[in-house]
Every structure is written in structure tokens, then in C-alpha cells.
Ligand binder design. Structure first.
Ligand code: CA
Length: 237
């Protein structure tokens, strides 16, 4: 996900967490506890409500109870996955739910079991966010004669626009945000295909190859998009 897809609800840039929870005691405790930890909490107690709050608040992370009054958190997680790459942590009330949560491939990043300790939950939230958030930048980056403008999601060579797919742009932007540094394959996969089953290493290579054909003068001997064998990729000026 690019930084552009995050809403800037908070001028201080705090992480916005959507808590979907129908038990008032948990909701209250999380509201207080997570606020103290520096998060902004938005809450919903039904899936219907969660849909609306999600669209309005564009949270950076979702804590999603499995058993909700109007349906299953698992189904809602699937629904979110279709429209967003926001990381989701499932909250289960019973240990037999854990098997269900673990057995299904529906794109949750992690899960916690009630009752949980706030400290444990926050540690997991931070771990998930670290894994997920792309260190993107809004500053224009120039490599050779190519200009990457993240705020307009445009890539140009002189006056010529280089047409990139969304994933190709996200990949280029991720590499550009760390110009001259190696970005590992895992970071690329996590950033571009978080929580999606298709995120295999061959898909990444295909995107790198396509991107190279679009930005390199001679794709066979790249001078900008460099593969570091067995590690990842580096974008050079
Ligand atoms: Ca519940």
C-alpha cells in the first residue's frame, strides 16, 4: 500500500486503529489502553458499522473480533481484503476459534485470543505495522533521466510518460524511497502483496522484469534496477 492510500486523519501522523468489537468492556479497555499507547482509536460494534467507519476513517490497522452480532469477522476480513491491503489482527474469544482462524487463508496478519494482555496486543500490532508499512516518500525522485513523482503517481522520461501498472509503480516507489539501498525480496512481497496468496517470488520477479523493460534503456544490462542475488533489489541513480 502506498502512503497515498492512507488517510491523514491525524496531523501528528499517529496510527489509526479500527477496533471492531461488540463487548463493551473490551472496547472501553482498548480505547483507553491504545490511546495511552499513542494510537487513535475508531470503533465499531457490528460489521455493518465497521464498513461505514472503515470507509470514513481509512484506518492503518484493524482489530477484528471473530464473533460479531451481524456476522463473522472472518467474512469481513475477506471483504476488506478485496478492497484494501490494510493489516488485520483477528481477535478470538475461544481457543476452538483459533483453529478456524489459523486454518483459513483469508489474509489476516495475526491473531490474539481473549483474554489478552494489552502489552502483548500492542507488541503484535507494532510488529504487524512494521512488516506492513512501506517507507514511501512524497518527494520526487530522479534516477538518470527518469522522474518519479509519488504525489501524482507518475513516472516520466523527459516529456514522455512511462505507463506503469499499480504494482509496478508501488514497487518502483518502494525502491525509490530507499535509493541506493537494498530492499529485500520479503519487504517487496510484504509491501506489494500483503496478505494475498499470490504473493510468491515468481510474481515479484515478473514485475521486476516488466518494470526493467519500462525504465531501463537496455533491460538486459540494467543500470538503475539492480538485482542483488538472493537478497533483493536496489535502485541506483
Ligand atoms: Ca464478540
Amino acid at each position: 500500500m502506498s502512503a497515498l492510500e492512507h488517510s491523514v486523519v491525524d496531523p501528528e501522523g499517529r496510527t489509526v486503529v479500527l477496533v471492531v468489537e461488540d463487548e463493551a468492556s473490551y472496547l472501553e479497555a482498548l480505547n483507553v489502553g491504545l490511546t495511552v499507547e499513542g494510537f487513535i482509536v475508531v470503533a465499531a460494534d457490528t460489521i455493518d458499522d465497521a464498513r461505514r467507519v472503515f470507509a470514513e476513517a481509512k484506518p492503518d490497522l484493524v482489530l477484528l473480533d471473530v464473533m460479531l452480532p451481524d456476522g463473522s469477522g472472518i467474512d469481513f476480513c475477506r471483504e476488506l481484503r478485496a478492497v484494501s491491503s490494510v493489516p488485520v489482527i483477528m481477535v478470538t474469544a475461544r481457543t476452538d476459534e483459533v483453529d478456524v482462524v489459523l486454518g483459513l487463508e483469508f489474509g489476516a496478519a495475526d491473531y490474539v485470543t481473549k483474554p489478552y494482555r494489552l502489552r502483548e496486543l500492542v507488541a503484535r500490532m507494532r510488529a504487524v505495522l512494521r512488516r506492513h508499512v512501506a517507507p514511501t516518500t512524497d518527494e520526487t525522485v530522479t534516477i538518470g533521466d527518469i522522474r518519479i513523482d509519488p504525489s501524482r503517481r507518475s513516472v516520466t522520461r523527459g516529456n514522455e510518460v512511462i505507463e506503469l501498472s499499480r504494482k509496478e509503480f508501488d514497487l518502483l516507489n518502494l525502491l525509490a524511497s530507499r535509493l541506493g539501498q537494498v530492499v529485500t525480496r520479503d519487504e517487496c512481497l510484504d509491501t506489494l502483496w500483503w496478505g494475498q496468496d499470490l504473493a510468491d517470488t515468481r510474481t515479484l520477479d515478473t514485475h521486476v522484469k516488466r518494470l526493467r523493460h519500462k525504465i531501463e534503456v537496455d533491460p538486459a544490462t540494467p543500470v538503475h534496477l539492480i538485482t542483488i542475488r538472493g537478497v533483493g533489489f536496489r535502485l541506483d541513480r
